[in-house]
Design a protein around this ligand. Structure first.
Ligand code: UDX
Ligand code: UDX
Length: 471
């Protein structure tokens, strides 16, 4: 059992803290937002994340406590994970002021050897800065180490991503420090967690036990930025291929199958759509670009990845225009406002950005999102209507837009939807449905990188796979 403080109880900190408690460690989750702390202490779960409520219920008040007292939490812990936000600055750098303020408060509580761990995504060299700040504040050099332990958590599946990781990366510059991190993750790496009857169930393709990779701290910092940049590049690549498919009348889904089955490429993160969003990819690409420039390398490839991503939304808007001719006064049903399915997070959501553009173009919008309504309402206020289900959203709409790949959108009652719509037009930004099936149901159906179909014009490619949802 280790004593751990996790500073920052947001999407990352909350999941990490709850999972560490489930390993059997004693965890203090720290936050400077008193309202959030009170809510957590009262049993509320501030974010929509599968299995998180179960884990918090399991450990709240026993192995998992919540506190606003950073000094006391650091003093009581062997390892301090920093999971505060690192938002982008105007110039695209990561704003590390929250990380710095946490680092400043650590020295006064260093009564014995402790490891300070970067969990937030930070640029290379941040660990050196944290070390300098702690030393400047009169800490003895051998009383602490700084490690980097990047997270690879996707919102919506963050708990299972944490418990069933492809790999655990530990950046540590001393064996003593690496050993602390090895001990923390031992329940996963020795496989004992997975033997427990109450273990949270994992995905089919989980690698058990996961490998733990020890690197230098700088390498670990780079692994995080490079991983996210690579995944974003994969998405922009397939979005660019989808645009070529549209020009020549090919089907990107078939192309994806053809290239994704090459084991060197792999099928995941090859789903074209309306571009990537969220709290990580957009900001991490900018930050990686900025830090590379500072280090003397012009990473222009990343500029292109970001440009394609931006363009993808404009292309989708053009698609809506070509389906509806004029936009002013049109009534649209929007399904999905979060940055992807399975989450209530609307940060950098392409669905939300598109909705705002459509409003600016004079459209009237009624939206449905299974989880993001409250957060979207904070931004959109009364500019749009919110429905409690897809069918109410579709009532009297001139077209239905699919902007987020929620699981429940794969099983819609299309006959019922068609009856609600003014015109049977579906514009799908996530390629959730089979064009042939949609045409057979009487819809004019537009998607990304696949030929548009309508009941009068059957699809060109009769051999398209009969699938309702992307792999
Ligand atoms: C995290 C990482 O910090 C970010 O680098 C990564 O790329 C994405 O995930 P996230 O957990 O999504 O960010 O951030 P957020 O939900 O904003 O949570 C940060 C928490 O830290 C908030 O609860 C905030 O109140 C808290 N905080 C912030 C502190 O406790 N102290 C501070 O000084 C600043
Ligand atoms: C991401 C990384 O996956 C995770 O490892 C990291 O630590 C945090 O950032 P997250 O932002 O939660 O996780 O979501 P992710 O599932 O990666 O999706 C990011 C965006 O890319 C979403 O907008 C999603 O819709 C989009 N996406 C993803 C695609 O457009 N196509 C794909 O094939 C996959």
């Amino acid at each position: 059992m280790m004593r751990i403080a996790v500073v920052g109880s947001g999407y990352v900190g909350l999941v990490a803290g709850a999972c560490f408690a489930d390993f059997g460690h004693q965890v203090i989750l720290v936050d400077n937002d008193q309202q959030k702390l009170a809510a957590l202490q009262n049993g509320q779960v501030p974010i929509h994340e599968k299995f998180l409520p179960e884990l918090l219920d399991r450990h709240r008040g026993h192995r998992l406590t919540f506190s606003g007292d950073l000094h006391a939490a650091v003093a009581a812990s062997d390892a301090i994970f920093i999971a505060v936000g690192t938002p982008p600055t105007e110039e695209g750098h990561a704003d590390l002021s929250y990380v710095e303020s946490v680092a400043r408060s650590i020295p006064s509580a260093l009564d014995r050897y402790k490891v300070v761990v970067e969990k937030s995504t930070v640029p290379v060299y941040t660990s050196e800065w944290i070390r300098k700040i702690i030393l400047r504040n009169a800490a003895a050099p051998d009383s602490f180490d700084v490690a980097s332990n990047p997270e690879f958590l996707r919102e919506g599946t963050a708990v299972t991503d944490f418990l069933y990781p492809d790999r655990i990366v530990v950046g540590a510059d001393s064996e003593r420090c690496a050993e602390v991190l090895r001990n923390i993750y031992a329940p996963l790496t020795d496989g004992s967690y997975y033997q427990r009857p109450d273990a949270i169930p994992g995905p089919d393709r989980a690698q058990i036990p996961p490998p733990l990779i020890v690197t230098s701290t700088k390498s670990a910092e780079l692994i995080k930025h490079a991983s996210n940049a690579f995944l974003a590049m994969k998405i922009s690549f397939i979005n660019a291929v989808a645009s070529v498919c549209e020009s020549v009348g090919a089907n990107v889904q078939q192309v994806c199958r053809g290239i994704g089955t090459d084991s060197r490429i792999g099928p995941r993160f090859l789903n074209p759509g309306i571009g990537y969003g969220g709290s990580c990819f957009p900001k991490d690409l900018k930050a990686f670009r900025a830090v590379a420039r500072e280090c003397g390398y012009e990473f222009r490839l990343l500029d292109e990845v970001m440009l394609i991503n931006e363009e993808q939304r404009h292309r989708f808007l053009r698609k809506i225009r070509s389906a509806l001719w004029t936009l002013r006064g049109k009534r649209l049903a929007v399904l999905g406002l979060a940055f992807k399915g399975g989450t209530d997070d609307i940060r950098e959501s392409p669905a939300l950005l598109l909705t705002q553009t459509l409003l600016a173009e004079g459209c009237r919008i009624c939206a449905y999102d299974p989880a993001a309504k409250a957060r979207a309402q904070e931004v959109l206020h009364s500019q749009i209507e919110f429905a409690d289900n897809p069918y109410d959203a579709a009532r009297h709409a001139d077209a239905l837009l699919i902007l987020t790949e929620w699981e429940e959108f794969a099983a819609l009652d299309w006959n019922r939807l068609r009856d609600q719509l003014n015109d049977p037009i579906v514009i799908d930004g996530r390629n959730l449905y089979d064009p042939e099936a949609m045409a057979a149901l009487g819809f004019t159906y537009y998607s990304v990188g696949r030929p548009a179909v309508s009941p009068e014009i059957p699809p060109l490619s009769t051999s398209a796979p009969r699938k309702l949802k992307n792999a």
